[in-house]
Design a binder for this molecule. Structure first.
Ligand code: ADP
Ligand code: ADP
Length: 225
C-alpha cells in the first residue's frame, strides 16, 4: 500500500474573475521506503501540492490517501488527527524551539501526541544518534550549526511521522557541503525506517540521489528520466 497516494487531485484558486487551476488531476503514489524528488519551477504549484498531500489544504476534487486510508470523507478534526499521527514536515528553516535542547525539541511533540517521556526519549536519542548528533542532545538550537539544526528538525519530523515525510527545500538554507550531508542522512533515514518522502527541491544533484524524480507540468505530475 502506498504511504501517500494522490488520486485525481484538483485545486484551483480564484484570482478576481479568473480561476487559476493549479492542480488539474494529480496522480502520484509514494511507497514506504521510497523517496521522490519534486522538481518544478516556482509558481508551478509545489507548495499547493505539498499542503494538499499534508492534509493542510483540502483538494477541490480527487482524494488523498494516507497508507491506503481515504481522507475525502474526513472532517477537519479527523484530518488533523491523521496529520499529527502520520505526517512530518521539514521546511527550509527549522522552526526549532529556541529555549529547548535538541533532544527536548524531538521529545516534546511526541509527548504531546501521547507517548510516555521514556518512550519519547528513547526514540529521540535513537534518531539523533542515527543522524550523527549523539554528542549534541543537550545543545540548544543556537549552539548548533545550520546543518545540525536541520538534522534536529528532521529527527523531530521523523519521530512524529511513522508514515510520511513532506519536505520543502529542506536544505535550501545550507551551504553545498552541509546540504549534501544533511540530505544524505535524510534519505538514509527514509530507507532505514521504511518512511515515504516527497521532497521539493531545486537541487538536481540531490534529486539524482533519490528513488524517483517528478515534475509538475500543466497541473499534472510527469515522471522524469
Ligand atoms: P510554488 O510552491 O510552486 O511556487 P504555489 O503552490 O505556492 O507554487 O502557488 C502556485 C500558484 O497558485 C501561484 O501562481 C500562486 O500565486 C497561486 N496561489 C497560491 N496560493 C494561493 C492562494 N491562497 N490564493 C490565490 N492564489 C494562490
Ligand atoms: P501542532 O498544532 O501539533 O503543531 P498541526 O497539526 O497544527 O500540529 O501541524 C502539523 C504540522 O503541520 C506541523 O509540522 C506544522 O508545522 C505544520 N503546519 C500546520 N499548519 C501549517 C500551515 N498553515 N502551513 C504549513 N505548515 C503547517
Amino acid at each position: 500500500v502506498p504511504a501517500l497516494e494522490l488520486r485525481g487531485v484538483e485545486r484551483s484558486y480564484q484570482q478576481g474573475p479568473t480561476e487559476l487551476r493549479i492542480l488539474r488531476g494529480i496522480d502520484l503514489a509514494v511507497m514506504p521506503g521510497q523517496s521522490v524528488a519534486l522538481i518544478a519551477p516556482s509558481g508551478a504549484g509545489k507548495s499547493t501540492l505539498l499542503h494538499t498531500a499534508g492534509l493542510l489544504e483540502r483538494p477541490d476534487g480527487g482524494d488523498v490517501l494516507i497508507s491506503g486510508y481515504s481522507t475525502a470523507e474526513l472532517n477537519d478534526a479527523g484530518r488533523t488527527r491523521l496529520r499529527r499521527n502520520s505526517i512530518g514536515f521539514v521546511y527550509q528553516f527549522h522552526h526549532l524551539q529556541p529555549e529547548f535542547s535538541a533532544l527536548e525539541n524531538v521529545i516534546l511533540p511526541q509527548m504531546i501526541r501521547g507517548l510516555s517521556r521514556r518512550e519519547a526519549r528513547q526514540r529521540g536519542e535513537e534518531l539523533l544518534t542515527f543522524l550523527g548528533l549523539g554528542q549534541r542532545f543537550g545543545h540548544r538550537p543556537n549552539e548548533l550549526s545550520g546543518g545540525e539544526q536541520q538534522r534536529v528538525a528532521i529527527a523531530r519530523a521523523v519521530a512524529n511521522a511513522p508514515h510520511l515525510i513532506l519536505a520543502d527545500e529542506p536544505t535550501g538554507n545550507l551551504d553545498p557541503g552541509t546540504s549534501d550531508h544533511v540530505f544524505g542522512t535524510l534519505t538514509a533515514l527514509v530507507r532505514a525506517s521504511g518512511l515515504a518522502a516527497l521532497i521539493a527541491t531545486h537541487n538536481l544533484d540531490l534529486a539524482a540521489r533519490m528513488d524517483r524524480r517528478v515534475t509538475l507540468r500543466d497541473g499534472h505530475i510527469v515522471e522524469l528520466d
